[in-house]
Design a binder for this molecule. Structure first.
Ligand code: SF4
Length: 334
């Protein structure tokens, strides 16, 4: 029998203050619980307890290096649905160059005071130039030095997006951008790749930390297993066409519309992410379902290692094809 979740008066009034009804809040908790492998009752009770207990908000510093601010835009989507914003209201975002109201010396003072205090969560967006520090200077200082400084007293470090995790697009530029895997060798970093970071991946990771006080289980390259366990190919709805050898070659032929995008450069068999299940923009769509091949943005080597993007001529596409021919990509059970 399903156990009834009881919310405290304090939490009920907080929901009311944010204009969130109880049903929507519980629905959001149920969705997050499924990802974290907990029962709805267990998770909601934990969330309610964490919200009650959060007398002091954990401080967060968000740094931006060589980036396009796409992950910041993705992050602001966390505020919708409002149920998530209640939970994220429990963090204190002290420094974020794009969204903070303060600027100049005042903003820098907040940053330095927080670093001095220590014990904050450091979120980094964008890569660090490895060719020359002058490619990315913030407030007159090398971004590399700021990242190293902020990492020293951080309680936890999260790299968001393809650039901050493994270098991303800036790795293919003269700046030779690197991710935190190389910029902070030996430091424990939670990697949330994809270009941009998925808002649910970030919200879920913060929630996991808030509800358990621990870092979620990570794979060999630092990604939370709960989001990067399966390949895009495993859950792609075009998968039966890949198995049957029906590959889209002509965008203008309506008969081929639903066929596999491998010949158009899809890297889905080599990319791990729950994009086909979670989708983007609150579950509306994702690359492959709107006709764009997967570019493997969840993997080290994106972007340069995945080019050319729209044909199957890259080394990685050749590897995928060789694996298919050798029967190493098992057919999906229908
Ligand atoms: Fe889907 Fe790409 Fe795999 Fe084809 S190759 S089934 S489009 S993930």
């Amino acid at each position: 029998m399903k156990k009834e979740v009881t919310l405290s008066k304090k939490l009920e009034s907080e929901l009311e203050f944010h204009g969130v009804n109880r049903r929507d809040f519980l629905k959001y908790c149920a969705a997050m619980a499924a990802v974290l492998g907990l029962s709805e009752f267990e998770f909601t009770t934990k969330v309610a307890h964490a919200l009650e207990a959060a007398s002091k908000k954990p401080a967060v510093i968000w740094l931006e290096g060589q980036d396009c601010a796409g992950c910041s835009i993705s992050f602001t989507q966390i505020l919708n649905p409002p149920a998530a914003s209640i939970i994220l209201d429990k963090i204190s975002l002290r420094y974020h160059e794009t969204v903070m109201a303060s600027a100049g010396h005042l903003a820098e003072k907040v940053y330095h005071d927080t670093v001095k205090e220590g014990g904050y969560v450091l979120i980094v967006e964008g890569s660090v130039p490895s060719a020359d520090d002058r490619f990315c200077m913030v407030g007159g200082r090398p971004f590399r030095a700021i990242v190293e400084e902020a990492a020293k007293k951080a309680a936890g470090i999260i790299a968001v997006g393809a650039c901050a995790t493994y270098g991303g697009i800036p790795a293919a530029t003269p700046s030779k951008g690197i991710g935190l895997d190389k910029a902070l060798p030996g430091k424990a970093v939670i990697n949330l790749p994809t270009c941009p970071v998925h808002p649910d991946h970030l919200a879920g990771t913060v929630l996991y930390f808030l509800t358990t006080g621990k870092v979620p289980p990570l794979d060999k390259i630092g990604r939370p297993v709960m989001y990067f366990r399966e390949s895009v190919h495993d859950n792609c709805r075009r998968r039966s066409h890949f198995d049957a050898g029906r590959f889209l070659k002509d965008w203008n032929d309506p008969k081929q519309k639903e066929w596999c995008l491998f010949q158009k450069g899809c890297k889905g068999p080599m990319a791990s992410s729950d994009c086909p299940i979670r989708r983007w923009n609150e579950g509306i769509n994702f690359c492959i379902d709107c006709g764009a091949p997967c570019q493997g943005c969840s993997e080290p080597g994106f972007y340069a290692g995945m080019t050319p993007l729209y044909t199957a001529e890259s080394e990685i596409s050749k590897r995928i094809w060789a694996m298919r021919e050798a029967g190493l990509i098992p057919r999906k059970e229908s």
